[in-house]
Ligand binder design. Structure first.
Ligand SMILES: Cc1cc2nc3c(=O)[nH]c(=O)nc-3n(C[C@H](O)[C@H](O)[C@H](O)COP(=O)(O)O)c2cc1C
Length: 135
């Protein structure tokens, strides 16, 4: 997909994600995507169904689907950023489930989300589309 096509995809994704309370980030290396999204379980499920049924890709592989300790991308219903294929590989093979043991099991920040947030904050612009409206 060209950058313009990815932009169009992200604009459309924003509208749908906003309706479902989903926020997230999309990384693209020119051929492959790495996508992270978060929100209420039902909304995440609906958005994932849309993504799986899209004709715009050949293979969808789920890396992690589970609880996270908080929302990490509250500013974007969806925004995209160019990344190197080594970054996509690194994120795809990182550990995404992190459980804190104790009296009660709690979900903690995983290596995967830490790497994603760090990459997202590094240099290069994030394409700002529809910022999440303040509550
Ligand atoms: C890499 C990728 C990411 C996508 N992300 C989202 C998303 O965050 N939210 C959403 O509603 N749809 C998302 N979609 C689905 C597309 O918007 C999809 O185009 C739409 O369901 C229409 O189906 P079509 O691609 O077969 O025309 C994504 C699709 C692809 C290929």
């Amino acid at each position: 997909m060209t950058v313009a096509e990815v932009d169009r995809l992200v604009i459309e994704a924003n509208a749908h994600n906003a309706m479902q309370g989903v926020t997230g980030a999309l990384l693209y290396d020119g051929q492959q995507f790495f996508q992270y999204f978060e929100g209420p379980a039902a909304g995440v499920e609906r958005i994932y169904e849309r993504i799986k049924h899209s004709s715009k890709h050949a293979i969808v592989s789920e890396v992690f689907n589970g609880p996270v300790p908080r929302r990490y991308f509250s500013q974007w219903h969806m925004a995209s950023k160019k990344a190197g294929s080594e970054t996509l590989l690194e994120l795809g093979t990182a550990r995404w489930l992190q459980v804190k043991s104790g009296m009660q099991a709690r979900f903690a920040e995983s290596e995967g989300v830490r790497r994603l947030v760090a990459f997202w904050g590094e240099g290069g612009p994030v394409l700002p589309l529809t910022p999440v409206a303040p509550a």
